[in-house]
Every structure is written in structure tokens, then in C-alpha cells.
Write a protein that binds this ligand. Sequence first.
Ligand code: ADP
Ligand code: MG
Length: 672
Amino acid sequence: MFVKDLTFPVAKIKGIGKVSAADFASLSVEKASDLITLYPRSYDDRTRLSSLNEIGAEGGKLNSAVEIVEHSHYMSRGQRVLKMTCRELSSGRTLYLHCFGRSFMESAYPAGTSWFINADVTRTGSVFSASSFTLGASEEQAGLGRILPVYPLSGSLTQKAVRRAVNSILSVKYIRFDDELPLSLIEKHGLLHTDEAIRQIHNPQNAELLDRAKKTLAYTELFYLELKLLRTKDSAVKTGPVRPSSLEQKVISSLPFTLTADQEKCLDEIRADMDYGHMNRLLQGDVGSGKTLVAWLSALHIIAQGCQAAFMAPTELLARQHAEGAAQLLKDTGVRVAFLTGDVKGKERGYLLDALKKGEIDLAIGTHALFSKDVAFKKLGLVIIDEQHRFGVEQRQALSGKGRRVHVLMMSATPIPRTLAMTVFGSMDVSTIRTMPAGRKPVITHIVDEKNRERMYASISVEFSRGHQAYFVYPRIDDEGESSLKDVTSMFSFLQAKYPEVPSALIHSRLSEEEKIRILDDFRAKKLMYLVSTSVVEVGIDVPDATCMIIEHAERFGLAALHQLRGRVGRSSLQSWCFLVYYGNLTEEARSRLVVMRESTDGFRIAEEDLLIRGPGEFTGNRQSGYLRLKMASLTEDVELMAQAREDAQAVLAEDKGLISAGNSMIRQLID
Ligand code: ADP
Ligand code: MG
């Protein structure tokens, strides 16, 4: 049988009454199979002898041997309590055992005798004592020499009760679990058979078998996860010659630079998707890696086939910037570009909607307003979503309703480690731009104690004199209430006094869209030389002559946000700087974040660090998503194992797509 075949309710297990059944239910344990897969959250390893020397102020477990030195008594709450003074054999240190209600111990453990002991020891200064302990003549009697599982608990459940319940199932004679993996994979990775893995996870014989059991169960989970993902993927054959249309070629040859190899590669993948299958692809690349250009060329590819394309940006501001960029790039191509946001109203809106419906617009650029109910396309072929993680699932789904089998290209500047990306984005394909356009100089990053900010102001001053621009960023003002936050406005006055000759503006999320747009236009036109802002500059703004990014309270930003912000500079061949200004004493974690920023400009490296700090949920926006709820494997820690599982799942499907061979029969039975 398979584990999943144990379908009887845990309430049927001897010793489990109504109350414990309810407690188990709150741990999502209802059937016996759930109990078998209620894996221990940790282990109490009593196989290794320890010593009082290892026990610090917080106390701890002792597995050791002691000699009884003497007995004494004292009164506590009207009761006579036996106190046994012991000497630990290995260290010679003294341990006091308080035997509440256990006066019989005086005769059972006479002075001068030696015993194995397992105890929860508390330490006060240099005095060690324990009131919860087991003494035994052998290690076994003292409960030593074993690795005990420690389960998650709920309500009145105890470790003992859970262990007993699990073992009452495992000790049933006819229960033997069938393998959940083909033998070839078990052998390839040195895994255990499923039955043994289950038994070892609950009753580990030794640390080595426990490790193999964990690996087996984690690998099994990942293997099925990957297999399911691969199977839901579009199975159309996506190969064949891919040619850029003459429209694309024309634009490419008009560029003042050549495409990077990665841009070319991604475009090949995108064109192949669109020509030979159905595209559902994530294009990821660091800030400034040139994703937007790839997006426009992809749009041209589908437009050349007589379809329309839509480009959705997360804010009005960005949508507008993109619309201007596209109009500029495509001005000699005859491609008809339109800009549509919630702000476009009245007659103009009516005219636009009509043109979209009639197919008189080839490329529509806007916010999610593009997908509101009244918008209809004549023949929508491709939807591009910029900064995809800023949109909710529903918004992303709304667009697929606007045409039949619309190709979808999502873009993300929050790079995700490759293996993880494949898994969290499920059935999506992933294209990655890894290398930056040539000629970019890595941004130089300094960590600045706010008390030493003067030198920083001096170097920024030099940049102003060279005609270069700067951003000063503060944490959002909508996080108000924290009085320690520097008020953007007062800092703005401070900077104006510092640089009286330099034109500047304050920009924050409470300004109207028009005001923001006007300020950014002036900044781009160099009528303004620096912006003081809340983190509104976080995404998308592209001003090549901006060379300084000053982030105040850098210790309050996450790595991803810091990296995004820094990506606003270093966008041309000019040398750029980023100053991470911190306040007060840094926590260990904050310091390591800032150091990661200083040491690396590689978004992928930063993403990996971030992943370790925050966990994968943050990357996908679907922490709740069912398929990512793993019991043994960790998407964060088992990246290596996940890559193997994916490779193996691919190989299995390549050889036996329908999973019909005898060796794969268990996969067929287990996959749904
Ligand atoms: P992303 O959207 O990935 O953050 P952008 O598309 O905004 O990056 O590109 C940043 C800048 O790099 C833009 O000014 C763009 O024109 C320029 N760029 C794009 N591709 C190249 C290339 N192959 N060589 C040089 N510059 C490029
Ligand atoms: Mg971009």
C-alpha cells in the first residue's frame, strides 16, 4: 500500500478520544495517512553523551553518567523534598537532583552508586540542578542511546501521545509502504525505500539513517511537485526556425547599440513560443538589463503577424514613460501606439476604445485600465506585463479574457534563483537576461554612518558640478507614526540650504500624478538636478545622467528594495555611486544586508541572499498557494535537491510521457 491509502480516521486509533482527535485536526491530521506524514519538527538526540560543561545559562539537555554523593532533605510548600547531590563522572562537576514526591529514591539510589542520566538541567550561576530526569543502570534504562522525534503539538497533545499514536500504526504487521519512487532513482541518489524512510523519520536508528530518510522524503515531494508542474506545461513542440520580422530588423538596425547575447537569446525563445506554440513566459533580468527593449521587439513580432499587443505597467507614471519610449523607438515604423490609463477619460477615451476595437491601434500601453470591462481588442495577440509581481493574480488573469489564446510575457526585475523560478512560477517558462549591456560600470556602494555624512555631501557636490544628477530617497511617508523617521520635507529644506544653487524638487506619493509627471519630466530635461523622494522612484525610472543614489535609513529597506533603488543609477557609461546611510546601531541582520549590497551588484546573488533571509513566499506573492505547501522539503534550503528532482522528472517524462511503463506505474497512481 501507499501512505495515502491509509484513509481511516485517526479517531479510530486506540487511545485517541474526541479531544485528541480535535487537537490532531487542528494540525490538519484527520486520516492515518496525515499522521504518518506529520513529520517531527526536530529530534532529541540522546545518542551522544554530553557534559555539564556544555550547558550554558539558558540550561539544556544532559545525557551523561553521575555518581550519587549524598542525600539531604528540605521543606518546600509543606512537603519534605529529597535532594540528591551527584558528581558528573566526566567533568567532576556537581549536579543537584530535586526529587519532588519521590522520596523512595533515597534507598533506590544509595550514595556511592553510579548511573546513566537523562535530565533537563537548569543553571544558575555555576549551580546545576534538575527536577525532571531519568536515572538508569544502562543507557537504555535512562532513555539514552536513542533519537527521539519531537512533533508539532496542539491543544492537550503531548509528545508521548503523538509518538504512541504514530507507532500504533507503524507496528501493525500488515502495514508495509510501497516505494513512491522508481528503483532507479532510489539507487541513483542513495535514498531509502519509502517504507524504511517513513520508519526512520519517526524512529531514527542513527543520525545517518535519519539524514537519508529526510532526503528521501524531501526528494519524493520535490519530484512529484516538479512532475506535476512539467505536466501542466504546454506540451506544444516549440522548435523550428525563428526569424525576426522585417519590422523588428528595421528597429534593431536603427539602435545606437547592438543587442546583448542574452537579449538575442530571450528574443529567440519568445519568437519560438509565439510562432510554434502558446507563450506563457517570464522574462527576468536585473534592473537596467534591457528587458523593455526585448518587450517592444516581441510586440513587433506579433504586430508583424497582424495582431495587436498590449503592455501593462504598474503605475501611470511608468506607463507614460514607456509609452513615450515606445513612440520614440517606433516613430519610423508605422506602428500605431496608444496610451490608455484610468486618467484618459471622456471623448478621448471613447475614441481610443473605438480604435482598439477596430484594430486601428497596434500597440496599447497603459495601466491595468487596459483590461477594464469596456476595453475590447480586435485581435489581441500578446500581453506584456511589466513588474509582474506588482499585480495581483486576478489582474493578471483578467487579461487572458481579452482574446483567444493570448500570448503572455511577464517581466520581473526581482531576479529569482533559476531553479526556484522554475518551480514557483509553475507552468511558466523562464527567460533570463544575465549580462548587462556592455560599457556599464558597476555602481560603487558606500555604507555611511549618518553622523559622517559631510564627506558624502562633498562628493555629491562634485557630481553636480559635472552636470550629473542625484536621487535622495527616504522611507515612505505613509509609514508615518514612527517619529524616528526623518521627515522628508525637513530633509528637503536641509538639502536646499546645503546646495543653494542647485535646482531640486520634492516628490512623494501624496502628490497628484500630474505633479509627479511634471517633476520627472523636468528632472529628465535637467531643469532639476536632484530629487528628494519617498521610495516612489523605486521602479522603472530611466535617467541616464543620474549618477548618485542616496538612501537614508538604508537599514530599514529590504535587500530587494535596495537593489531596485540602486538600479536607478548606473544606467549609462558614467560611473555611479550609491550611499547607504544608516542611523544608530545596526542589527546583525541589517549590517549583513548592507554589506551584501556593498560587495555585490549582481541581482541574482542578491536575490539568493534575500531568499535565505525571507523565504520563497515573498517572491511569488502566493505564499498560500497549495502546491508550495511542502511537508519535508524546503524551497529555500533544498535548491540543489530541487534541481535534481526537476532533471529527473524531465527525464522520466521524456522517456515515458504517458507514464505507462511498468516501472512508472507507481508514479501514475500517485501523481494526482
Ligand atoms: P530594464 O527594463 O531591464 O530595467 P531597460 O530596458 O530600461 O532595462 O534598459 C535600460 C537602458 O539600457 C535603457 O536606456 C535602454 O535603452 C538601454 N539598453 C537596452 N539594451 C541595450 C543594449 N543592448 N546595449 C546598450 N544599452 C541598452
Ligand atoms: Mg523596466
